[in-house]
Design a protein around this ligand. Structure first.
Ligand code: FES
Length: 584
């Protein structure tokens, strides 16, 4: 009888707007029939009519056997469900594709836009009043935020959290900065094959995302800086009980935000700028500038590299984490996490920005005024690690549209110099020749890698961290200037100029560089110049044959036909908001 009463009262489709499972009915040209049918099928899932009358909170779940970073996803989903139920709504989880960084070929970036489209369309097509997005590994959080920005239904980001460190012969190890350090030692013959085998088993020892301030952790911090995650949740380790409590709280918060705020009210030009400040202060991943540009682009908010430089000039590096510093994400969390970073940056931030809780950043920071912080890991603004921000954009004749250097991870003795180009025209060419004894190269040369940008066959892989040629590595060379239109892992380090725009594959000057050309780098002047005259460049341009191998079908064709350059976030041209939809 009670069921019947609920059924008769169940007129959600007549509400304005409809809520819960009455939202977005399947089109049968008879909405009453569509609701009856949907409710009937929902009951086959075992839900009572009482529960089906409640608001629905979607949970975008991304477990995958190919994504170790999301290993704890089932526990997180259950915890979110608890929070939603306790707050009086119906939680319904659903899958989207999952992107496990090291399991994808040719590179995960190529599939970020596919996942973003999946998220956007599923948020729009399925009946939910708000959504908790659970991601973690590098490309998943950007994809979820891009999709949520476009769908613009109330959304809250929950991250899986970072891994704990492992141990090798008494030394702490964390994926994946230490992966690269040990691999470099192995290549240089400093450690044995048996030892690298042991290291392999100690680098990634728990569920969660990489243990350093790589792309995943950077994006987790950015999500919190944007206001899209609950305060204090970015850095909680994946295996910590607080991570489950954060999930439960995210579920409850989603119920409170059923009408608003929407992503377009949280992610504004000012909160994007706050996120850029945080990116610079934490010495975050170069990938994050691409992702943040893509997220902002979904809302019609431009992110210019010139503005990045202005912010970088006035934002100190505060966080002493690998790959640029000493510590790991578990230390960052214990040292106060994002609360400490935001408190130190307070004079530089737009305090009127709101988070998904509806609270302003000012109110948050006031309430956290006396929270703990450890200055050995998160420095006071008055005693920064570096006075200037971690990233800098370079412009010049080699990169008219800009390039990125992570100066906090680079060797500053290489910042002002001119060098001879040693050119590799593809990944295959690099693999074949980099370790050859015959390679004509010295430590003063600039290594140049071409044709690995967004539209290339390799899809802008994290290949910008070119290995030091073996004969130089054996001689003790640890860093060289390296230039490409590729990306670099957030956990890598070195004097590496990335994201050169326009890319070589689209006729950018990078593709015209030849062995022996001179290139001048000046970080102080923010310039990277190819010292070859225009007449000669025109001659080379005219003689250049188009590269073979453009994809002819499927997603690869869609990608190569529509992906934008790095300075526009490598999103698809048809997915950016145009005209702007800023709702400040
Ligand atoms: Fe997933 Fe590093 S591989 S975060």
């Amino acid at each position: 009888m009670a069921e019947c009463a609920v059924y008769l009262d169940f007129a959600m489709e007549n509400e304005d707007p409809p809520h819960g499972i009455a939202r977005g009915l399947t089109n049968y040209a008879d909405s009453a029939f569509a609701l009856y049918l949907r409710r009937s099928f929902a009951k086959s899932l075992g839900y009572s009519a009482e529960l089906l009358a409640k608001p629905v909170i979607g949970i975008a779940s991304t477990p995958s056997g190919f994504n170790n970073c999301h290993r704890a996803m089932p526990e997180l989903v259950e915890a979110v469900k608890r929070g939603v139920l306790a707050a009086g709504a119906l939680p319904i989880d659903f899958p989207t594709i999952s992107l496990g960084e090291v399991f994808l070929s040719p590179t995960s970036l190529m599939f970020r836009n596919l996942m973003a489209m999946d998220v956007e369309e599923m948020l729009r097509a399925q009946p939910m009043d708000a959504v908790v997005l659970i991601g973690g590994c590098d490309k998943t959080v950007p994809a979820q935020l891009m999709g949520a920005a476009s769908a613009d239904i109330p959304a809250i980001q929950l991250v899986t959290g970072p891994m704990m460190t492992g141990r090798h012969q008494g030394e702490r190890l964390g994926a994946c900065t230490d992966c690269r350090r040990y691999w470099s030692n192995f290549r240089a013959g400093k450690i044995s094959a048996a030892e690298i085998d042991l290291v392999e088993g100690s680098l990634a020892t728990t569920a969660g995302t990489c243990a350093v301030m790589g792309t995943a952790s950077t994006m987790a911090c950015i999500a919190e800086a944007l206001g899209m995650s609950l305060p204090g949740t970015a850095a909680i380790p994946a295996v910590h009980a607080d991570r489950l409590r954060a999930a439960e709280a995210s579920g409850a918060a989603a119920v409170r935000m059923i009408r608003q705020p929407r992503p377009s009210q949280v992610m504004t030009s000012k909160s994007i700028e706050n996120a850029l400040r945080v990116l610079l202060a934490i010495g975050g991943s170069t990938n994050a500038i691409i992702h943040l540009t893509a997220i902002a682009g979904r809302l019609g908010i431009p992110v210019s590299l010139q503005r990045l430089n202005e912010l970088s000039d006035t934002t100190p590096v505060l966080v002493d984490l690998k790959p640029t510093g000493e510590y790991y994400m578990e230390d960052f969390h214990a040292a106060g996490g994002m609360a400490a970073v935001l408190r130190e940056l307070r004079p530089l931030l737009h305090l009127e920005c709101i988070s998904v809780t509806g609270e302003t950043l000012e109110a948050r920071l006031d309430s956290e005024r006396n929270s703990y912080s450890d200055p050995t890991v998160i420095r006071p603004a008055a005693e920064p690690i570096e006075l200037l921000g971690g990233l800098v954009a370079l412009f010049g004749s080699l990169a008219p549209g800009g390039a990125i250097l992570k100066r906090s991870a680079a060797d500053r003795t290489l910042f002002e110099r001119e060098g001879r180009a040693v050119v590799f025209d593809s990944l295959e060419d690099l693999a074949q020749r980099i370790d050859s004894e015959d390679l004509d190269v010295s430590a003063e040369d600039f290594l140049v890698l071409q044709n690995v940008g967004p539209t290339s066959r390799s899809g802008m892989p994290e290949a910008g961290y070119l290995p030091i040629p073996l004969k130089l590595a054996k001689a003790g060379v640890k860093d060289m200037v390296r230039i490409s239109d590729a990306r670099m892992s957030g956990s890598a380090f070195g004097t590496i100029v990335l994201h050169v725009t326009p890319e070589a594959n689209l006729g950018g000057p990078l593709g015209l560089v030849k062995n022996g050309d001179r290139i001048r780098l000046s970080v102080e002047q923010r310039r990277i110049d190819l010292l070859v005259d225009e007449v000669e460049l025109d001659r080379r341009r005219a003689a250049k044959a188009p590269l073979p191998g453009a994809p002819s079908r499927g997603y690869a064709k869609l990608y190569s036909d529509h992906v934008l350059q790095a300075d526009q976030g490598c999103d698809f041209d048809f997915l950016r908001a145009d005209p702007p939809t800023i709702s400040e």
